[in-house]
Design a protein around this ligand. Structure first.
Ligand code: AMP
Ligand code: GLY
Length: 427
């Protein structure tokens, strides 16, 4: 089968790496891809949001399946466009993609189906919101309704901070049209965890759990990022908690999809807060997480293509999904300045010294244009998150040690990473 992956991050590299192991995959393309994905797939210079050209390319090359990584093209309706051309696609359609594309849509869904989540109110008028400042007390959680590259949530500690955020979101429009509607939520306390699930419209099947580290600095300090590392399985998922999540969240969610006519096919990523009153949903994403996917797929023993086909055909309940007992740790190497502004184009060295059984998933990399002294094109940084060094081991500790001893072999100017990824302190 000929497969086209859409996206250019570490998540898409992990998908390409896993799909390349399937005996039925004859050719992989990635639009636009990166310097690491180029090992498994032929990269084509089409942006993930350029739906017209992706459709044209997929038809021209007789692609058998398209796999969509990022949320933006999903929200734009890439799946509907490809399906209209008769090309089977892994990912939710535009209607279902609202589950990530609109916080208010998801909150209404959760409320309608009695799925535990924080209480909320939505606002489209700045003055009305200002009058309601502190309605749930402080900290006050303010969320831009639309997609804001993971930056649309403000947790204001005081009234002054909240009013400033309201002015920025609704007055200065820092999130553009994504901030025209604001969702205000109760502040939840507890331990955060993420759960990735395959959904085929009939059943919802959780993958192995993973724990993300969202803040930039060790000890969960500093600003939020897209994710600085993960380990899998997560240590907080006891059997009792998994049962509670199944009964209170997963089952009502799939039933709710069916009742509401949401034919969700793809990956549902559930952000959870595990607090005193049990698990609550913080958010839904409609795609694989990054860097959760790097840890989780490195532990998948089954053929990922079989799973993608079962999701598309609605036969997931017949699919046996096998996971390795090994543990995985993924450490993200980021550019200097990330998650703020960062330089691009710095030369990455040492990749050739990494152990054979350690996988370095590329997130923000590209090839340089001039060959080096060995006649090879150098690999350069090209994003905030640059690489994800992913190791597996019999224990978490073994995986962690292996990941960090290989991190030390990689060098680029200004490289930063968290040293506490996978350490058992973070439960
Ligand atoms: P979201 O994009 O909705 O996942 O929000 C980003 C981050 O903000 C989450 O990962 C949480 O750390 C935090 N957050 C979001 N909603 C709440 C809430 N209601 N209570 C406490 N923290 C929250
Ligand atoms: N790691 C969080 C996300 O993918 O949204």
């Amino acid at each position: 089968m000929k497969i086209l992956i859409v996206g250019n991050g570490g998540r898409e590299h992990a998908i390409a790496w896993k799909l390349s192991q399937s005996p039925r995959v004859t050719k992989l393309y990635c639009a636009p891809g990166n310097a690491g994905i180029a090992k498994q797939a032929e990269c084509v210079d089409i942006k993930a949001e350029d739906i017209n050209n992706i459709c044209r390319f997929a038809k021209e090359k007789n692609i058998d399946m398209v796999v969509v990584g990022p949320e933006v093209p999903l929200s734009m309706g890439i799946v509907d466009a490809l399906e209209k051309e008769g090309i089977q696609t892994f990912g939710p359609n535009k209607k279902c993609a609202q589950l990530e594309g609109s916080k208010a849509f998801t909150k209404a869904f959760l409320a309608r189906h009695n799925i535990p989540t924080a209480g909320y109110r939505e606002f489209t008028d700045k003055e009305e919101l200002k009058k309601a400042v502190g309605i749930f007390g402080y900290p006050m959680v303010l969320k831009a309704d639309g997609l804001a590259a993971g930056k649309g949530v403000v947790i204001a500690e005081t009234e002054t901070e909240a009013l400033k955020a309201i002015e920025e979101m609704m007055g200065d429009k820092i999130f553009g049209s994504a901030g025209e509607k604001i969702v205000v939520e109760e502040f939840l306390t507890g331990i955060e965890a993420s759960m990735l699930c395959f959904v085929d419209g009939n059943v919802i099947v959780p993958m192995e759990s993973a724990q993300d580290y969202k803040r930039i600095f060790d000890g969960d300090k500093g600003p939020n990022t897209g994710g600085m590392g993960t380990y899998s399985p997560s240590l907080i998922f006891t059997e009792e908690l998994a049962d509670q999540i199944r009964e209170k969240i997963l089952e009502p969610t799939i039933k709710g999809f069916q009742k509401d006519g949401l034919d969700f096919k793809g990956v549902l990523f559930i952000g959870l807060m595990i607090g005193e009153n049990g698990p609550k949903v913080i958010e839904f994403n409609n795609r694989f997480g990054d860097p959760e996917t790097q840890s989780v797929l490195s532990r998948l023993d089954s053929d990922l293509l079989d799973i993608f086909e079962a999701v598309i055909h609605g036969t997931l309940s017949e699919q046996k999904i096998k996971w390795s007992d090994h543990k995985a740790v993924c450490v993200v190497l980021a550019s200097e300045g990330y998650p703020g502004n960062y330089p691009k184009g710095r030369v990455i060295s040492g990749l050739g010294h990494v152990d054979k059984d350690v996988i370095v998933f590329h997130a923000g990399t590209k090839f340089g244009t001039e060959t080096d002294e060995k006649g090879q094109l150098p690999i350069l940084t090209n994003g905030g998150r640059v690489l994800g060094v992913t190791a597996t081991g019999i224990t978490h500790e073994e995986a962690r040690k292996k990941a960090f001893s290989n991190v030390e072999k990689i060098i680029f100017e200004g490289m930063q990473y968290r040293k506490d990824i996978g350490s058992i302190v973070k439960k």
